[in-house]
Design a protein around this ligand. Structure first.
Ligand code: ZN
Ligand code: ZN
Length: 257
């Protein structure tokens, strides 16, 4: 399984793109502006998109992605399928594809054969796609939000999405035989712990507290760092969890597991 990081930042600025991950060549997790780094050829291979939650930094490039796929999909009578919790999909329908911000592609080119389809998932649900399993896990954010666990054969990749302290995510990971790659958010440094708690993001102290319960010892990549505090967050995390292999996640990185 190939995991290509398109965007891994909590904001924008030179070299920084917001959350999007391409798995193998055919599905995305989140549609932040990292999607814009893909070549046209790679864009044309995308068939499904799994959304963690409705926040703009995770959905902002879905409208342009579907626009870019329109002719190809409509010629084949296929749809890009967007998966998410019911609340997340409803928010995207109401506030993005509402014929004001962007056309309602779930009715185009026709209601019978649209290029955009929605598929609701609930925490615990698993989608099987081309030999990979994608499982939804509930996390703890200011809007309904989930993590995804992706497996291919005996390889496991877990992505937390946006979250503060949470039980379900770590409990589920502990049920696995192994965990090959963990991408987890830490948005703010400890100096901003109050804001992190309000917005339900991790800061180094809260992530280190939760990491204690993880029985696996994977390489841990930190994502969603706010621009300008990336180094500070990583230094604080390394000090709080010295026994863990913690790395800053960069857009453009490719993992093969
Ligand atoms: Zn968020
Ligand atoms: Zn976010």
């Amino acid at each position: 399984m190939k995991v290509r990081i398109l965007g891994a930042s909590g904001g924008i600025g030179v070299g920084r793109y917001t959350t999007s991950i391409l798995v193998d060549d055919d599905f995305l997790i989140d549609g932040g502006d990292g999607v814009g780094t893909l070549t046209l050829e790679r864009i044309s291979g995308i068939r499904k998109l799994f959304v963690t939650h409705s926040h703009l930094d995770h959905v902002c490039h879905i409208p342009l992605l579907i626009d870019g796929l329109f002719e190809q999909l409509s010629a084949r009578g296929e749809a890009l399928v967007v998966y998410g919790q019911p609340e997340t999909l409803q928010a995207i329908k109401d506030h993005v594809f509402n014929n004001v911000i962007w056309p309602d592609f779930s009715q185009l080119p026709s209601a019978e054969n649209p290029v955009l389809a929605y598929q609701e998932m609930l925490p615990g649900d698993v989608v099987e796609f081309g030999g990979r399993s994608i499982e939804m896990i509930e996390v703890n954010h200011i809007v309904p939000a989930v993590a995804y666990l992706v497996s291919s054969g005996a390889s496991y990749f877990a992505f937390s999405g946006d979250t503060g302290k949470t039980e379900a995510f770590w409990q589920r990971l502990n049920q696995l035989e192994s965990l090959d790659l963990l991408v987890v958010e830490t948005a703010y440094p400890n100096e901003m712990a109050e804001l992190a708690a309000l917005a339900r993001h991790y800061c180094p102290t809260t992530l280190a507290e939760d990491l204690v319960q993880l029985k696996h010892d994977p390489d841990i990549y930190i994502t969603h760092l706010k621009p300008g505090v990336e180094q500070e967050v990583c230094i604080q995390l390394e000090a709080l969890a010295p026994e863990r292999r913690i790395h800053r996640l960069y857009g453009g990185e490719l993992f093969e597991i």
